[in-house]
Design a protein around this ligand. Structure first.
Ligand code: SF4
Ligand code: SF4
Length: 350
């Protein structure tokens, strides 16, 4: 229900200087996703989508997204400053690769938001192996500037076989430069969202299609995403992941978190997962199941009030959960992301 929304996950841009191999922004780190237009939300767009009353009803707005890095949004800082002005008590945060913008921007961000999460997966010699295209020099400088201006920073370190030996060193270095929290992240993207099969290795490529780093599961069990064990148990019991999803009970994380997602084009979704279905680079236009729900009404917050989108589009998604079988209309993305037995997303932090 509209009045129950207390959190917004905002994607202010589809732009990014990086090409991470497991990100839908590009094809395994290579070609840019053909459906993207480098869309941004301006401050004027945000004001159109989110009324002052709506911003005042929220406890939390975090900028992240499916296809872009928030700091690349031309008006990232101005948007955050407006949220702060309208709702002084709101918690504001950003997740970023940290490799863009100048000192003035980072000082302004430190003064405005409650937290920045830097996604930095290694040190000088390894970060770029996953964060392809991110300059270490810039990351280092921006983390320093943000912390030196009393910014509250977290460092999230995605562990692979090639950087697991650097976790301790990175943690020490984080403390030394003033990062408040260091978090080890265990990627759950070794289960293909397309085929639903386990793939313990993932070949990264560059913009020209050349093989770059082979991304492999870390060897140390403490850095491994434990959902792989659940995957094995579920497929043994139900025959396949597909068969399990047909009958899986759905517990919507967005409902639990009282959250909505707004994309860089202004589209309003319950969560980043349903939004991410729009533009899978390996699918034909409008091939994903979610389009059956999108096409029933306007879901752009610039032209339709959020409340109307919640009452129509969100209701349509929710109704699908009662259908038996994904082939009959139960939304597979919901069954995959919000079932009770297999959750690689939550296991990233366990
Ligand atoms: S930094 Fe984020 S948005 Fe950019 S390519 Fe990597 S995961 Fe995608
Ligand atoms: S994937 Fe579906 S069930 Fe899960 S949070 Fe999103 S809308 Fe809710």
């Amino acid at each position: 229900m509209y009045t129950e929304i207390t959190q917004v996950h905002l994607e202010p841009t589809q732009k990014c200087q990086a090409s991470c191999p497991m990100c839908d922004r590009n094809e395994n780190g290579g070609k840019v996703n053909k459906y993207l237009t480098n869309a941004d939300l301006s401050l004027a767009d945000v004001k159109k989508i989110m009324s002052k009353d709506f911003v005042r009803q929220l406890n939390n707005i975090y900028m992240c997204g499916n296809h872009g890095d928030p700091i690349l949004a031309p008006e990232c800082l101005e948007i955050m400053q407006w949220f702060r002005e309208v709702n002084p008590r709101i918690h504001l945060s950003i997740t970023t690769n940290g490799g863009a913008r100048d000192d003035k921007f980072w000082k302004g961000i430190a003064e405005t938001v409650n937290k920045v999460t830097f996604s930095v997966d290694g040190l000088e010699d390894t970060n770029h192996l996953y964060r392809q295209g991110v300059s270490w020099e810039k990351v280092e400088r921006n983390m320093d500037t943000f912390c030196a201006n009393d910014g509250n920073a977290e460092w999230h370190f995605l562990v692979f076989a090639y950087n697991e030996h650097q976790v301790k060193e990175a943690e020490m270095w984080a403390k030394w430069i003033g990062i408040k929290k260091f978090v080890v992240k265990k990627s759950g993207r070794y289960i293909s969202t397309n085929s639903l099969e386990l793939r313990p290795e993932h070949q990264a490529i560059d913009r020209h299609g050349n093989h770059t780093q082979l991304l492999a599961f870390p060897k140390d069990p403490k850095y491994q995403n434990k959902s792989q064990e659940d995957y094995t148990a579920v497929t043994r019991k139900f025959g396949s992941m597909e068969s399990y999803l047909d009958v899986a009970e759905i517990q919507c994380k967005a409902v639990k978190k009282e959250e909505i997602y707004i994309s860089a084009e202004g589209y309003v979704f319950p969560c980043c997962w349903t939004a991410g279905q729009m533009y899978k680079w390996w699918m034909k236009p409008q091939e994903a199941q979610i389009w059956e729900h999108i096409n029933k009404q306007d879901i752009n917050g610039k032209t339709t009030p959020i409340q109307t989108i919640v009452d129509t589009f969100f209701k349509s998604i929710e109704d699908s959960w009662q259908i038996e079988g994904c082939g009959n209309g139960k939304l597979k993305v919901c069954a995959l992301k919000c079932n009770k037995k297999f959750d690689p997303f939550e296991a990233q932090w366990q």
